[in-house]
Design a protein around this ligand. Structure first.
Ligand code: ZN
Length: 462
């Protein structure tokens, strides 16, 4: 007997990647406990698992692996729609120092993190994202931000890797004026507290893993970057960091070297590193990322917001760099929009419609993302033995979605609101578009209250 049989659906395995994956129509997936135990033609599995404890009829639905976002900051939802004075935002530095730090991170509280992370993870689940890698930044909420994150994530049921951002930046002091390693120490302590608690809390939540957070090469000294590598090796947790989201010239001016050069010298880079942005890189920088097998979290929307240019994704792919998808939580939480943005921007920028075909754009949020998080054996595709992280989509499309149209559907018309059922670890966490875990109205209300309180700290009345 199996716990769950999803039958009569258009099953897209995306295994080992989207283009090589199998499609069964009508197909079925059998789940027992937290794992996929069988995939194949529906009639075959229906006969084999006639006594399944629960059956979902997937007629008219696409069944596929849940999406994975490899870089975000869930507490940033508190800044959504904040009516800030845009005349103060004339450069990326303004965006970073005012919109990112002064108006948001530096005034974020633990209660804000709890409410925002509940809301963001719920919204992501409802639109088909089953795993997220979250980098928490709230210097004035230390110690404790990750405790709030863990609580929120545990409640909504999303799978996550989380870490606190280590930085020597002193809140309220320009980084060119002063950095202080004591602040990095507090950041390390917050990460270590999480790693130790996850290691000791037996069965607390196997869905949460730690991933050491580091802000950037330019807000940390080489000694702090070396310490980050030591800790990542000790806890086998991997590292998440921002690389080259700012003009290359800034680092070259400061250190005489680019961010990849500084990070390679300190030994921080490696196949367990997820690097967000990676925009302003020269050929030698890209070679450094390639030879260190660094995973890139491509964040096309925030790269555009900051006016930072377009990351050289097609060239990085050619050099064998694993490219996944991040979103920073600055905009919508619907992964469909980020897939589509990534799918389009490189065609426009390089005037080449052949770049990033639909299957490749989709891989960014599936197999590539699973590999970036070191979880390619567990998630990112439907395969026997893998975690049952599965989504059911009811396409709101004017055209038939068939085995030959299902992949282009994702870049053409798919929206997160088409997602109907979401399964994580074999557990149905979204049923008919509604969370089975939390009261959505309460989550939303708490998040709105925290956003209004944060805006007030900026002198803004909602
Ligand atoms: Zn970021």
């Amino acid at each position: 007997m199996v716990d769950l049989l999803i039958k009569n659906a258009l099953v897209v395995t995306c295994h080992p990647n989207v283009i090589s994956g199998r499609i069964f129509s009508p197909g079925a997936v059998a789940v027992h406990r937290d794992r996929i135990v069988d995939i194949g033609p529906s009639a075959e599995l229906e006969a084999k698992y006639a006594d399944a404890a629960k059956v979902i009829d997937g007629d008219g639905r696409i069944v596929m692996p849940g999406f994975i976002i490899t870089h975000t900051h869930m507490p940033y939802v508190l800044g959504h729609n904040q009516p800030v004075d845009v005349s103060q935002l004339r450069s990326f530095w303004d965006m970073l120092q005012k919109m990112g730090w002064e108006w948001l991170e530096d005034i974020t509280t633990a209660d804000g993190i709890l409410a925002a992370t509940q809301y963001a993870s719920l919204k992501m689940l409802k639109s088909g994202t089953t795993t997220v890698c979250d980098l928490v930044e709230a210097p004035n909420a230390l110690p404790g931000p990750l405790t709030a994150s863990v609580r929120a994530i545990t409640e909504t049921g999303i799978r996550a890797q989380i870490g606190y951002e280590v930085t020597e930046r002193v809140a309220g002091v320009p980084i060119a004026e002063r950095l202080d390693p004591a602040y990095a120490k507090r950041g390390f302590e917050e990460n270590i507290r999480l790693f130790e608690s996850l290691a000791s809390a037996e069965g607390q939540s196997s869905r949460i893993q730690g991933r050491l957070g580091v802000h950037t090469a330019y807000t940390n000294s080489p000694a702090t970057l070396e310490r980050a590598r030591e800790l990542a090796n000790q806890y086998k947790c991997g590292i998440q960091i921002h690389i080259a989201e700012i003009p290359r010239a800034f680092l070259v001016e400061k250190y005489g070297r680019s961010a990849p050069e500084v990070l390679e010298e300190t030994g921080l880079l490696g196949p367990d590193v997820v690097a967000a942005h990676c925009i302003d890189l020269d050929d030698a920088d890209i070679d450094i990322l390639a030879r260190n097998k660094v995973n890139v979290a491509h964040t096309p929307m925030t790269n555009s917001l900051g006016g930072n240019g377009v990351a050289r994704v097609p060239e990085m792919m050619e050099k064998g760099i694993n490219i996944s998808l991040g979103h920073d939580c600055f905009f919508t939480l619907d992964t469909a929009e980020y897939i589509r943005f990534a799918y389009l921007i490189h065609k426009a920028h390089w005037a080449n419609p052949a770049l990033l075909p639909p299957f490749q754009a989709l891989d960014l949020a599936l197999g590539n993302a699973a590999a970036a998080l070191g979880m390619e054996k567990e998630i990112g595709s439907l395969d026997v033995g893998k975690k049952a992280d599965i989504i059911l989509i009811r396409p709101d499309s004017p055209m038939p979605v068939t085995p030959s149209t299902v992949i282009p559907f994702f870049t053409m018309t798919f929206r997160g609101s088409d997602v109907e059922t979401v399964i994580v670890d074999g557990e149905i966490v979204v049923d008919g578009g509604t969370s089975t875990r939390v009261d959505e109205a309460i989550v939303r209300k708490a998040c709105v209250e925290q956003a209004v309180a944060l805006w007030k700290r900026n002198g803004i009345e909602a």
